[in-house]
Design a protein around this ligand. Structure first.
Ligand code: GLC
Ligand code: CA
Length: 552
């Protein structure tokens, strides 16, 4: 199978590397234990100062930085057009955008369209009475005649999706916390107000948005019950009605695509703006979020590698399926970590995390890194009384997202150099080994592996935008593929096992080893064979096309 790069000019969100910053945990400039925008400004050189020594990323996506009561750590917004005082103000934000742009770093904001905070002025008005002009900005319903809930929908954070409001004697819908009432996007005033929010930030030079649960924003106008799941219930999924239903009527409706096309039309009024979306559905439904003519999101996040079992076969199948299915106008993307999921390194181990890094940065598609991933940061160790995440409280400690939200590890000093105050979440114990300062000095550290991979990807355009061809090999423990463009050709071979592997790849003697995940220059070539050490990945530059290339 072979997919070529689109002929049009490659956009920054296609060739670049996106770096997700969880602002609360990145860098605290004023010792209140909470990361802030001034802290981000101070670390921009670490991210990209234009030299070969920095990480070299091309864009930052900031999780929500807007005024919020923080019931869901910023995903409950009480003012879309301002900055939470914890993080700074509009002036600091302006300085951040300017400083980032100076370094060729684009800035992507989190747009949370599905729900506001219950303390947003819109909701305060809306709940003040049934006659209020903003009543219809949210989804209010009477109880059924027997006093029961309007329908069977559940909240993703457990329990029903309906909260009773005693004052106005109706229920309102909340797909997440009761402090996060869902907006009614069928009301044209809501749509206009929210498009104005996008415009507000676009005018301030923001380069794009990551749109939170964007597939959920429209609901069935009749609020029909969702069908119950019976046999295919996943025993590992949390408790609560949300996890026992097929989401036929509360999300992923056909009409949502019209709205996303309108978001895109607005983005396209400005040059080089990018729309990313948090979209979790199965491939055929997920793919629709690119738009049938590429007129919706540029990048619906692809979380499949995060969820796939960690073995060569499953990972290869996931990538091949993506490559097979995507229409030509749709650019792929891959994610291994984010603020909602446990750290990959805690699942696959330090050795395989290096293979994962090489995979992410050599595939055809935009890589998104999550802060600390480049250090091999592990899940936090959070005791019951340190727990902060509302999801952890409601669904159980195994769903506690604090694990991946612990402070960024800058040094081996107090609080890992994150803050000189008391951090809002405890620093992960392995910070004394896994931190920027220590890893900077170690030529074979995870940090230096990420730097080398990003640098190589930047230097070799075929690694950014070249075609992808999966290469069949005998060992089921290895995933081998090729990237090529305009006569440049690279072979990437990844060993997912803890065993040495010898692969037969005729003609390979002509190749040159560019990078091993071991960051040394171990000789990998025999005659027509390629030797991979345990947990090793390599990038080989191919000089002449080797003899038997097979499509997977
Ligand atoms: C998204 C966010 C998550 C948040 C939820 C509700 O899934 O990534 O952190 O809790 O939406 O806004
Ligand atoms: Ca602070």
């Amino acid at each position: 199978m072979q997919k070529s790069a689109a002929s049009k000019e490659t956009q920054w969100w296609e060739k670049g590397v996106i770096y997700q910053i969880y602002p609360r945990s990145f860098s605290d400039s004023n010792a209140d234990g909470i990361g802030d925008l001034e802290g981000v400004i101070r670390k921009l050189d670490y991210l990209n100062d234009g030299s070969e020594q920095s990480l070299g990323i091309d864009a930052i996506w900031l999780n929500p930085i807007f005024p919020s009561p923080m019931a869901d750590f910023g995903y409950d917004i009480s003012d879309y057009c301002n900055i939470h005082p914890f993080f700074g103000d509009l002036d600091v934000f302006g300085r951040l955008v300017a400083a980032a742009h100076q370094r060729n770093i684009r800035v992507i904001l989190d747009f949370v369209p599905n729900h506001t905070s219950d303390l947003h002025a819109w909701f305060v008005e809306s709940r003040s009475g049934r006659k209020n002009p903003k009543r219809d900005w949210y989804i209010w319903r009477d109880a059924k005649s027997d006093g029961s809930l309007p329908n069977n929908w559940g909240s993703a954070f457990g329990g029903p999706a309906w909260e009773w409001d005693a004052v106005s004697a109706q229920y309102y819908l909340h797909t997440f916390l009761k402090e996060q009432p869902d907006l009614n996007w069928r009301n044209p005033q809501v749509k206009k107000a929210m498009l104005d929010v996008l415009r507000f930030w676009l005018e301030r030079g923001v380069d794009g948005f990551r749109m939170d649960v964007v597939g959920m924003i429209l609901k069935d106008p009749e609020l029909r019950d969702n069908p119950e799941l019976k046999n295919d219930l996943d025993p590992a999924s949390p408790d609560g009605p949300y996890y026992r239903q097929l989401h036929v009527h509360d999300q992923d409706l056909e009409e949502v695509h019209e709205l996303i096309r309108d978001f895109r039309i607005l983005l396209d009024e400005y040059p080089e703006r990018c729309g990313i979306g948090e979209v979790w559905y199965e491939l055929p439904r997920w793919i629709k979020y690119y738009g049938s003519r590429g007129d919706e999101l540029h990048l619906p996040f692809n979380f499949r590698l995060m969820k796939a079992p960690w073995n060569a076969r499953a990972i290869r199948e996931s990538v091949d399926e993506m490559e097979r299915t995507l229409p030509d106008f749709a650019w792929p993307n891959y994610v291994l970590n984010n603020h909602d999921s446990p750290r990959l390194v805690s699942r696959v181990g330090d050795e395989q995390a290096r293979v994962a890094a090489m995979l992410l940065l050599t595939l055809r598609g935009t890589p998104t890194l999550y802060c600390g991933e480049e250090l091999g940061m592990e899940n936090g160790v959070i005791s019951q009384d340190q727990m902060q995440d509302p999801q952890g409280f409601r669904l159980g400690a195994q769903y506690n997202r604090d694990l991946s939200r612990t402070p960024m590890q800058w040094t081996d000093g107090p609080n890992a150099g994150f803050s000189s105050g008391q951090p809002w979440l405890p620093v992960t114990p392995s910070y004394q080994i896994k931190n920027v300062a220590t890893e900077d000095r170690d030529p074979t550290s995870m940090l230096n592996l990420y730097r080398s991979l990003i640098r190589l990807r930047k230097q070799r355009t075929a690694l950014q935008s070249g075609s992808y061809t999966s290469v069949a090999v005998e060992s089921s423990d290895c995933f081998v593929f090729e990237r090529s463009q305009n006569g440049e050709q690279y072979l990437i071979a990844l060993n997912f096992s803890y065993k040495h592997q010898t692969l037969k790849i005729p003609g390979l003697m002509e190749g040159k080893l560019l990078l091993s995940t071991y960051l040394d220059n171990f000789e990998v070539f025999g005659k027509n064979t390629l030797d991979l050490r345990a947990n090793e990945g390599v990038i080989i530059e191919i000089k002449h096309n080797y003899v038997t290339r097979q499509d997977g």
